[in-house]
Design a protein. Structure first.
Lengths: 502, 143
């Protein structure tokens, strides 16, 4: 029962006053960020990473705060889906399908309560899964050699778009763009300056956090400016302040079905919360929509995708913590945080810093309870925030981004780099090139190259070592299958819709 | 069309990237050296850029007219803010930037100026005093 004792130690870490306060702060801010349209979890976590630095927090405390923000965002994303019919973040798109019709029918508070319960069930399910599976996967990962890690990174890049991406060529290209950006700076092994164009500012390379804040937060501003002239969205009235207990439970078993599907999607590399919500909704529709009420405010149509997206976000933490390979955009951002704090995620993390891992897991259990309380009785507070005008919100987000980036190195050069990445992020988004592989490439590029070079040092330059271990071969086989599937689906979609090919 | 232009641009970058990598040499370290990994990246990146040129997607919905003007204005404002932050000091630079940003987001002058005043004061006090992140207070020509 060393798992239970480890978890008990984790709770001892999590309930120190500082960590508890940070967890509650994270839950609150996270829900708020999730609720505000256009400010998704990636943005929220990215903007607040520099803040965690300027507070001078311990690594464990910083990780607890940001994970609670992450969980909070996932809870909060549904609020604007239901109240405004605008998803607060990408995974909450599916929640608009039944959530908004239900709110229009005068049952907004019931819809919010059902989705809060679903979020709680999904997130708790995933946290239990994290407790059980993460140590197992970490044990297996100890057998990974440098060649296997290289294969793992190849798999992560090849599958990050998942089988859902529209154009797999572009997703792959995005990963290469990220990897190419990652090689800028001094080569760690030999000290050769690469692609610095003679500028000493670039000797350290691009700070991933500066790039992330630019790519996501600044590009979001540009996306918003496209439709600024369309005016603000109308909010439906909340209805009764506190829904009846029976109404809250209307999701029923859909909560659990959604959780299981979402959790599996979360663990898969590159799938993440959006796929979790999507699959859960589709599956629930097949399972229980015999009367055809889906899309008109069916409570199960709210519960399933919400449970799915929260379970997936918890599940996505497993590959991030155990292998150092994030399964979604937000976990990629959290990996950036860990790397900045000089913590190398991976199997050794569980051995060397158990108090960090288990403290985090315990904090997530507490965060779930806190979020349930914040999201049912206190929901009125968050819905009121939705009416905050954009001309206050947008400049605020931008200024906090600038301050955060400025706090890293007190360098205006970083600020220019951030704006540059913002413009690049906007163009890539317009072209349908996903930003997550870019970030992943930027984050993992150095480590991928190191593992490749380490493997070839062992074999004295013989490339055969890359394909000699069974683990690496299995990973390449999975990679090939996933890639094949992605291309097959993309080609079929193209044939069905020939207009898109022109 | 956009896909073709961007594809061409990325193709040029990939080729330049691969060719430049060939110059990186180190007489010590490991058998692979600093050039191999970039060259390994440049080949598939160039092929994928070619795919983008040969099989472009639908034209993305670029905005024109007023929204485009607002985007250009916003980016210019952000660049100017980055450039003037240390010259003007944080409170003044932030006040000007937020006020103009409010205008870009179609708010009225009085509202923008009010939010700019509140925001620059609150952010300065929070970050400089509370969180201990030293920010330039006064313009360079004063201090």
């Amino acid at each position: 029962m060393d798992m239970l004792s480890a978890l008990a130690q984790g709770f001892a870490v999590a309930i120190t006053p500082t960590n508890l306060a940070l967890a509650l702060f994270g839950c609150f801010v996270g829900t708020l960020i999730g609720a505000l349209p256009g400010l998704g979890p990636v943005n929220g976590v990215a903007i607040l990473i520099p803040l965690a630095f300027s507070l001078g927090l311990e690594p464990t405390s910083a990780l607890i705060m940001l994970s609670c923000i992450y969980y909070g965002c996932m809870y909060g994303g549904r609020i604007s889906s239901i109240m405004l019919n605008i998803p607060g973040d990408e995974p909450a798109i599916m929640t608009t399908l039944d959530g908004y019709p239900m709110a229009q029918a005068g049952k907004a508070s019931e819809a919010l309560a059902i989705s809060a319960v679903a979020s709680f069930v999904g997130a708790t399910f995933a946290t239990i899964g994290l407790t059980l599976f993460a140590p197992l996967l970490a044990k297996a990962a100890i057998y990974f050699g440098p060649a296997d890690y290289f294969a793992l990174y190849v798999m992560a890049f090849a599958t990050i778009g998942g089988i859902t991406s529209v154009n797999p060529f572009k997703t792959l290209l995005a990963a290469f763009i990220g990897l190419m950006i990652a090689t800028v700076g001094l080569d760690p092994a030999t000290g050769t300056a690469r692609y610095t164009l003679g500028s000493f500012h670039l000797y350290d390379g691009f700070d991933p956090i500066v790039a992330i804040v630019g790519l996501f937060a600044i590009s979001e501003v540009l996306v918003y400016l496209e439709r600024v002239h369309e005016g603000e969205a109308k909010m439906v009235p909340l209805g009764r302040a506190l829904p009846r207990f029976k109404d809250m439970m209307a999701g029923g078993w859909a909560n659990f079905r959604g959780s299981v599907i979402g959790f599996v999607c979360g663990i898969l590399p590159g799938a993440g919360a959006s796929l979790g919500a999507f699959m859960s909704y589709i599956a629930e529709q097949r399972w229980s929509a015999k009367d055809g009420k889906f899309g008109q405010g069916d409570p199960r149509g709210i519960a399933a995708p919400e449970a799915g997206n929260n379970a997936a976000s918890g599940g996505a933490l497993i590959p991030m913590l155990t292998l150092g390979v994030p399964g979604s955009g937000t976990t990629a951002v959290m990996l950036a945080l860990l790397i900045s704090l000089n913590i190398q995620p991976g199997p050794l993390l569980f051995d060397r810093q158990p108090e960090l891992v288990w403290g985090l897991i315990a904090a997530l259990y507490l965060a779930n309870v806190a979020l349930l309380i914040m999201n049912i009785p206190m929901i009125g507070l968050f819905t009121r925030m939705l009416s905050m005008p954009q001309w206050v919100l947008m400049p605020f987000v931008v200024m906090v981004s600038f301050l955060g980036v400025y706090s890293i190195g007190h360098s205006t050069f970083d600020l220019f780099v951030m704006v540059g990445f913002g413009v690049m992020g906007y163009i890539l988004r317009m072209l349908g090139i996903s930003l997550v592989p870019v970030i992943l490439g930027l984050l993992l590029g150095a480590d991928m190259e190191n593992n490749l070079r380490r493997a070839l040092s062992i074999s004295n330059g013989d490339f055969q070592i890359l394909f000699s271990s069974p683990i690496a071969l299995a990973l390449y086989a999975i990679t090939a299958t996933m890639l094949g599937l992605a291309f097959l689906l993309a080609f079929r979609a193209r044939r069905r819709n020939p207009a898109a090919a022109g | 069309m956009t896909d073709r232009i961007v594809g061409l641009f990325l193709l040029a970058i990939s080729i330049w990237y691969g060719v430049t990598a060939g110059d990186y040499e180190a007489s010590f370290g490991d058998p692979l050296g600093p050039a191999a990994f970039p060259i390994m990246l440049s080949v598939p990146a160039a092929i994928l850029s070619l795919v983008m040129i040969v099989r472009p997607d639908e034209e993305p919905g670029w905005v024109t007219g007023k929204p485009l003007f607002l985007q250009v204005a916003a980016v210019s404002l952000l660049l100017a803010y980055a450039g003037f932050l240390e010259v003007l000091g944080f409170p003044l630079a932030t006040f000007i930037a937020v006020a103009l940003f409010g205008r870009i987001l179609r708010s009225s002058w009085p509202k923008s100026i009010l939010s700019a005043a509140v925001m620059s004061a609150v952010l300065f006090l929070t970050f400089d005093r509370l969180l201990g992140l030293p920010l330039p207070l006064l313009p360079e020509f004063v201090s």
